[in-house]
Structures are given as structure tokens and as C-alpha cells.
Design a protein around this ligand. Structure first.
Ligand SMILES: Cc1cc2nc3c(=O)[nH]c(=O)nc-3n(C[C@H](O)[C@H](O)[C@H](O)COP(=O)(O)OP(=O)(O)OC[C@H]3O[C@@H](n4cnc5c(N)ncnc54)[C@H](O)[C@@H]3O)c2cc1C
Ligand code: FES
Length: 346
């Protein structure tokens, strides 16, 4: 529906694979739409994981200041797949990796904002009704194009797909960022009934339904949504009926803590679904008494679970500093890499 009918053909050098990129689309997402397993992570120009080499043809760089694109990349004709729109047919060098084969084909739909509700002083839930179906796995994210904002913004879904439920909705739990362009529009300028474009699903940190290990979900700040989606997915998945899920939420102060009520509403609460929270800033908050853990989530997780983490499947989401700290702690504890799943929130 976004196409003017024109598409460019992108050929992978030294292979017989090729795919079409429609006008208005970028290299990475058109490849994924065609089922080509193009490596990536953030989709918004930050991580640098989606680089390819341009062998033949020309591209327009959508966001030249993208932090994931360096001067060295420019010299070597290396581009970010998520920021490159082909000007014509192209040949590129990129090594597909089966890990990135999309479980659900990403698609572009129109969405209507149907509800908002406050979760904490700076997190709100935004619910969108979709013009067409968009199946996704718990833990995945979508790209929202917001009026007047350059570049899409990535937000993780907090709901799950219920078989047969209509109308299709996507729920996002979004933290307001000071002076943020996208969150500024979402919180201050988007009225109920407003239409936006949503493209998804994306992301590799989705619930592994075939793994029967107990689960630890670690959410920091804005990382609430994908971990809630995973908890909901576990509660609804018969194949995971014997799996225990521990949810650990980390905030700065007690008024940041959230998520417990969402877990309490699930079947299995207190029997196999458990919630704990930690705050890093111990200064007493005038409104809330704190009797939970104190410290950063990675140290609290280490204290609570210790070596048992090696036998758990671990999902986490949150700001890059938290992600890096959690990763370091898990490496030190020798938790196998394949048991750890995350997409960083740049
Ligand atoms: C995979 C993923 C999942 C995420 N999930 C959530 C979530 O569930 N909840 C949540 O609250 N936050 C989430 N985030 C963070 C979110 O995407 C935004 O970064 C955050 O809301 C701040 O956006 P902003 O526009 O308000 O801030 P800004 O500072 O205005 O924008 C920051 C973001 O926009 C991109 N950007 C800035 N300028 C441009 C430009 N000119 N062209 C293109 N891109 C530009 C940057 O790469 C950066 O990602 C997620 C991020 C990622 C990568
Ligand atoms: S920079 Fe393109 S996926 Fe992160």
C-alpha cells in the first residue's frame, strides 16, 4: 500500500539470492519482508549490526548522522541496511545468518490510537487498533512512524496475539524521554482516533516456546513491555505449563516500580509466576515506603539466583547501560550465551 508500483532488485553478491525493495522501503526491511535473513538488531541506526557493502548501484542514506554509521564505513562503501534506500537495482555483499530468518513476515499497517493509560509517573500504555493483521512473538517490537518526527521509533509490544481475537491490537508501554521527539508527540500531540503507520514485527529476543528451562525476565525502566509480553506468552502457552517464571523489575526509585499488577492478573500467579523489584536509589521517597530489594538489577539477580542462572533461560530489556551490566554479570557466571536473549533499547 506504500508502493507507487516501482521496485528495485537487490542481488546478493556471490549467491543466487535476490529480493525486491519497494519505493519508500529500506534495504534491511525489504530483505526481511522477502524472507532473507539479514542480520540486524535495533532497526533505528544505532547498533551497526545491519551493515552491508555496496558493490554496484546507489543508495540514499535516510539518516546520515545515524550513530551506527562511521567515517570508515563511508570510505569502504559500507552502509546500514536500516538506513539505506536503493536508488535503482543494486548488488550488495552481506552474509545472511539463519538466526535472523523472520518468524513472522514484517508488514506495514495503518493503526488507530484507541486508548491510553498511566502506568507510572513517566510510563504510559498506548493501545493501537490495526487495519490488518500483524502476528508477532512475545518480546518483539514494531516501528512507529509519528507525525512530524524524522525516522521511525522502535517500541516493544506488551500484549500477545490471542488466536482468533478481533480487532487486532498492539499495546506499547512507553517511557517519556525528556526532550524526546517521538515521546513528545506520543505523550503531548497524539489524540485518541489518530492514525499512524506501524511496521513490524522485528527483533530476535522473543519467547523460545520450545525451551523448558525456568525463566528469568529482567526489565529496567522502559524495558517493561517486552518482558510483560513474554510473561503473558508463558502463561498462555500450554507447552510451558511446568516452567516457572521469575520477573525482576529495576527502577531508580520506588515510584518507578511497575509490572506487578500485570503479572498478578495471569493464571499461575504466585504458583509459577513470581515478581520482585529492585531500586537503585535508596533515598526515601515521600510517597512510597520501600521494602523490596536495593541495588542494580544485575547484582540483585546474582544475589537472588546465583549459579542457578546457568540453568535458566534469561530475557532482558532496558537501557544500554543496564544491558551491558547484565551481560557482564551473566558472562562472569558462565551462563551459556544461547540461553540469553535481549534487544537493546538505544
Ligand atoms: C528494539 C527497541 C525497542 C524499544 N522498546 C521500547 C519500549 O518498549 N518502550 C520505550 O519506552 N522505549 C523503547 N525503546 C526506545 C525508543 O525507541 C526511543 O528511543 C525512545 O522512546 C526515545 O525516543 P524519542 O524520539 O522520544 O527520543 P529522541 O532522542 O528524539 O530519539 C531517539 C531515537 O530516535 C532515533 N532518531 C533520532 N533522530 C533521528 C533521525 N533524524 N532519523 C532517524 N532516527 C532518529 C535514534 O536512533 C534513537 O533511537 C526501544 C528501542 C529499541 C531500539
Ligand atoms: S543500525 Fe541498523 S539495525 Fe541497528
Amino acid at each position: 500500500m506504500h508502493s507507487d508500483g516501482h521496485a528495485n532488485r537487490i542481488t546478493l553478491a556471490a549467491s543466487d539470492q535476490s529480493f525486491e525493495c519497494e519505493a519508500g522501503d529500506v534495504m534491511l526491511r525489504s530483505a526481511l519482508r522477502a524472507g532473507v535473513a539479514f542480520p540486524y538488531e535495533c532497526n533505528v541506526g544505532a547498533c551497526g549490526n545491519c551493515k552491508f557493502e555496496l558493490i554496484e548501484g546507489e543508495v540514499d542514506v535516510v539518516w546520515p548522522e545515524a550513530p551506527g554509521w562511521t567515517a570508515k564505513d563511508r570510505e569502504r562503501r559500507r552502509y546500514l541496511g536500516c538506513q539505506s534506500a536503493p536508488r535503482g537495482d543494486c548488488t550488495i555483499k552481506m552474509r545472511p545468518s539463519a538466526h535472523y530468518a523472520p518468524k513472522h513476515t514484517p508488514r506495514r499497517v495503518t493503526a488507530t490510537l484507541v486508548a491510553r493509560r498511566e502506568i507510572t509517573h513517566d510510563i504510559e500504555e498506548f493501545r493501537f487498533e490495526l487495519s490488518a493483521d500483524m502476528p508477532f512473538e512475545p518480546g518483539q517490537y514494531a516501528l512507529l512512524t509519528l507525525p512530524g518526527v524524522k525516522g521511525p521509533r522502535a517500541y516493544s509490544m506488551s500484549n500477545i496475539v490471542n488466536a482468533g481475537s478481533q480487532p487486532r491490537e498492539l499495546h506499547f508501554q512507553i517511557r517519556r524521554v525528556a526532550n524526546g521527539q517521538g515521546t513528545g508527540v506520543l505523550f503531548d500531540a497524539l489524540d485518541i482516533g489518530a492514525h499512524i503507520d506501524i511496521d513490524g514485527p522485528y527483533g530476535m529476543a522473543y519467547l523460545r516456546r520450545d525451551v523448558k528451562r525456568d525463566i528469568l525476565c529482567i526489565a529496567g525502566g522502559s524495558g517493561l513491555a517486552p518482558m510483560i509480553s513474554i510473561a503473558r506468552g508463558v502463561a498462555a502457552e500450554p507447552a510451558l505449563g511446568d516452567v516457572k517464571l521469575h520477573f525482576l523489575y529495576g527502577g531508580r526509585t520506588p515510584r518507578d516500580v511497575c509490572g506487578r499488577d500485570m503479572l498478578e492478573a495471569l493464571p499461575g500467579w504466585a504458583e509459577r509466576l513470581h515478581f520482585q523489584a529492585a531500586v537503585s536509589d535508596v533515598t526515601p521517597d515521600s510517597e512510597t515506603v520501600w521494602d523490596g530489594h536495593v541495588g542494580f538489577v544485575h547484582t540483585v539477580a546474582e544475589t537472588l539466583f546465583g549459579e542457578a542462572l546457568r540453568d535458566m533461560e534469561i530475557y532482558f530489556a532496558g537501557p544500554p547501560a543496564m544491558g551491558a551490566a547484565v551481560q557482564r554479570a551473566l558472562v562472569a557466571l558462565k551462563v551459556p550465551f544461547e540461553q540469553v536473549h535481549f534487544d537493546q533499547f538505544y
